[in-house]
Design a protein around this ligand. Sequence first.
Ligand code: HDE
Length: 722
Amino acid sequence: MSDTSAPNSAEPNKKAADLTPDTEQGSGQEMTSNQGLKINDDQNSLKAGDRGPTLMEDFLFREKMTHFDHERIPERVVHARGSAAHGVFKLYEPIPQLTRAGFLNDTTVETPVFVRFSTVAGSRGSTDLARDVRGFAVKFYTQEGNFDLVGNNMPVFFIQDAIKFPDLIHAVKPEPHNEMPQAASAHDTFWDFISLMPESTHMIMWLMSDRAIPRSYRMMEGFGVHTFRLINESGESHFVKFHWKPLLGVHSVAWDEAQKLSGKDPDFHRRDLWDAIEHGAFPEWELGIQVVAEADEHKFDFDLLDPTKIIPEELVPLRRIGKMTLNRNPDNFFSETEQVAFHVGNVVSGIDFTNDPLMQGRLFSYTDTQLIRLGGPNFHEIPINRPIVPVHNNQRDGFMRQQINKGRVAYHPNSLGSGCPFQAGMADGGFTSFAEKIDAQKVRSRSRSFFDHFSQAKLFFNSQSEPEKQHMIDALSFELGKVETLAIRKRMLGILSLVDGTLAASVALKLGLEVPEPEQPINKSIPADGNPEDFEPVITAPSLERSEALSMEHTAKDTIQTRKIAILVADGVDSATLIKMQDALSDQGAVTEIIAPRQGVVIAEDDTMVPINHSFLTAASVFYDAVYIPGGTNCVATLAADSDAIHFLNEAYRHCKAIAADKQAMQVLEQTYFAKSVTKGTAGKNDGLIVSDDLTVLEDNFIAAIKLHRFWERETARKVPA
Ligand code: HDE
């Protein structure tokens, strides 16, 4: 029998990256060359005399420098900027009637996962807070091989056919003549393309919404986007959409905040994910499925194969079938987060594809891109990419081959290797493709059922709360305001008018333009001999006016777990109230940090020492979800006179965060721009400004306010410069 088992024939449930343990740093080992030779001097190169030239003979210098010179690999062409974590997936209830996939049928198994979050447009070193789609790619290391759910935090996509992907990405990336702007869609080439591609309108609504500036990777939804198939033991197929629902709710930051964070901490999301896991606050998502019977394929007013459409949860409810918990940070960014290779085509038996033309194109692109990025066909042998089950096949050789295949047989069928490795029957988990009936002409064309580009864009806009709508208007005004070519701005306004008249008019007002009639034909993306009329959007009436699930307004607001609260102090702080508030917040799982005019410690009113986490120089209000100011006569007098403290509060107010203060600290609030909005001694949790001398009232109302996340209605006044 030809023995082709993986070098690491893995134990079930062992995490992939554990399979090639590295030597622990700091455990007394001696330095060696890559050949294992012990190194005596790593400080000096070999020279002809101690003031002479370096000698060619210095193999140790050359080995070290050559390796260094080759340290970089190409960054991902999209999704270059990412952060990842290990975890587990546990099933709530088996679903044998839908799928034969083992990991969706056994509630006793913990399936290891590796999840990489990312932005799309920026380079590897770009800011986490760019207005952008976020990647949400999950690799399940199942007992039946790897299943990759390579999704995004938005449920639809810009284009309907993969052949347009290079155009889309060329348009959004920095412009080729001057490589600007980095990690931003607010430039001419992006909006030029979008304004000519009406099919992207629904996705643009998502991109211009607060979903594009998440508070945390831990507070984002994830979507498989395409309609997949689930196949059961009898070979029956159901259509399925995959969703990830974060247990912390879905939350965003303000756009002004995102821009400031990009400067103050471009690693904000990366740090947030890392810190949460380090502190044991493991992020969790439930896996939801929307299932449509094969017979119901055509019962919707959109095409299930069209990736610019969602299935509203009101039409097909979401069934939560399991939970994913991220519980371990990677040991090495490059080896794991950078080298992980996801592929839509990594499925297990019981999960299959549909003919969504975007998905079909992705099935080609992912392996192709790994070949160049990871340098050859053996990237599946990199520890993070290895399945936890052994690999047996007749694939051989290639750059960087790790596996040492024994024996002389590398072909099938064979008799010299006793016929091994055998093909597996269906009953033994052998993968068989769903036998979909196809009777068609070979054509380059698109189904007319894909041509309604506006109904769901409208549905999304209508489903937003008033503040969310305003944010979209602001975002579009910002993005189009950065576009230099007037014709592009106007063309976009024409497109927006087909979504919503008020939306278009509000953006037009900010741009100092009139809303024009949409250009005809709207869709310029037509083949050379195509009839423009065949490519015009069809507008059907959406079956729903609004969908609650589309607005973040209706997200979970019942926890302050992992929220970061700033406590502003100075010498003379009343440490008793400070400690009580800290305890009350920590009891609810929030994280508090003490910020003062200087680092080190402050001396409290009772002469105790209070350790400081940050000074106003190293912290900023944009790092926090809420602010608290305890009492203490000298403390509040110092803070009231400290312009950094006042700026901190002004900014927190502008970004609509909960602010609580001991009644004594009114003296500080009086110096702020929002002083007039603060009602002395009221514990108003409705506006997120809480002042009281009753600590219990203060704690309760502050916690209730933080749960609500943001008080967007403050924005309408727009009084606060910060
Ligand atoms: Fe991707 N995409 N994509 N994409 N995608 C890549 O693969 C591509 C699309 C997504 O953290 C690349 O390894 C095409 C939709 C994520 O490593 C590349 C099309 C969705 C990630 C590629 C799409 C995604 C990628 C670049 C249009 C959501 C990052 C590097 C047909 C469902 C995974 C790489 C990670 C990465 C191609 C559209 C999600 C070039 C051709 C739709 C999360 O292969």
